[in-house]
Design a binder for this molecule. Sequence first.
Ligand SMILES: Nc1nc2c(ncn2[C@@H]2O[C@H](COP(=O)(O)OP(=O)(O)OP(=O)(O)O)[C@@H](O)[C@H]2O)c(=O)[nH]1
Ligand SMILES: [Mg+2]
Length: 416
Amino acid sequence: MSTTPKGLRLHIGFFGRRNVGKSSLLNAITRQHVSIVSDVAGTTTDPVEKPMEMLPLGPVLFIDTAGIDEVSGSGELGALRVEKTRQALERTEIAVLVAEPGVWGEFEEGLLADFAARQTPAVVVFNKVDAATPDAALVERLRAAKLRVVLASALTGQGLPELREALLDLAPADFIDSPAIVGDLVGPGELAVLVVPIDKEAPKGRLILPQVQAIRDLLDSDALCMVVKERELRTALERLKTPPKLVVTDSQAFLKVAADTPADVPLTSFSILMARFKGDLTAQVEGTLAIERLRSGDRVLIAEACTHHPIGEDIGRVKIPRWLTQYTGVKLEFETVQGRDFPADLSSYKLVVHCGACMWNRRQMLSRILQCQHAGVAITNYGLTIAYSLGIFARALEPFPDALARYRAMAGAKAH
Ligand SMILES: Nc1nc2c(ncn2[C@@H]2O[C@H](COP(=O)(O)OP(=O)(O)OP(=O)(O)O)[C@@H](O)[C@H]2O)c(=O)[nH]1
Ligand SMILES: [Mg+2]
């Protein structure tokens, strides 16, 4: 990700008076010490730019500006700081105005006016709420003006999930949407084999969206694409002169397809492709490992983005509960929700197993992931859960080196 050109990174600027905690907030949100923090007002002088990978947003460029206020804004040096900050504002795509409780005036109003004039989306953060409470009427007035307001503490971490969520909400759509489903994994002229079972659950006369999107994405990448049912896979592979670059299967046929695909051919599922395309694969890989911690009586929430009538051996209601129960060997309590009915209070669940959210935009899915992280609840998805329960997790992650490395680092010797 460090190779992402600066121009393609989302530029997030931190503005505010001296000493309000801009650098501290930035460090806290990135969990890295990128700017020097001190209690001497005026520590940051030039804007500090830091390219980061901020989950779930992706490549961002944080700009930590020098604090300006009545004292530092006067004189020659002050004029330079003001000018530098103005320049930072010019390249800022999301502005974070940091203030501390009890200090608000023309300076903050002026910055908000600047943001508005440039049509730069902005979030106001009242920092240091561990030490003092911001004026309720002011917070109310800002919110009434449709501004995002977050009460935070860089010291305790309070409000940081809300700040991340605000940044996600304010980010432009073309930044949020990840470009590739599968085309980046299969080069021009290379072959992908897609395994599509035609069973009772398959809709009559057509393919489902992730399958169609995968085919289209492969065509866009000048790749070759072969589509087979799981029963014909072995014959199809035998007929090929060279092995395919990738096999993608419906998760429900994972075991058979894994058995029929030579070990040196990378294999994954549509649902795992969707975890990357619509969500955050690494975060959901981390969430999957919560399966190891499930105990008897734990509640598992199965969440489906679409509302459909369950048919036969429904994946969310029958198959995933069965596989999870077999793997863990304990009695779990499953609950299913559909569409927008996602519980506001997730605290009673140990794990959320989400569908691939193929009908949603990425922001919606990322927002759910953040909601879960916020509540301290692990979130995974259908394909990842199935691969894990069936003992082929590492294999299914092979096409995604970052996610695989994360899994190996977390699972250590137990990685399978
Ligand atoms: N109590 C409390 N103190 C904080 C918090 N955040 C920052 N501080 C303290 O406030 C002081 C200033 O923090 P900085 O992060 O350097 O502030 P800044 O806005 O970057 O300052 P300049 O770079 O000078 O503009 C430091 O002493 C921090 O430890 C917070 O959430 N709570
Ligand atoms: Mg600073």
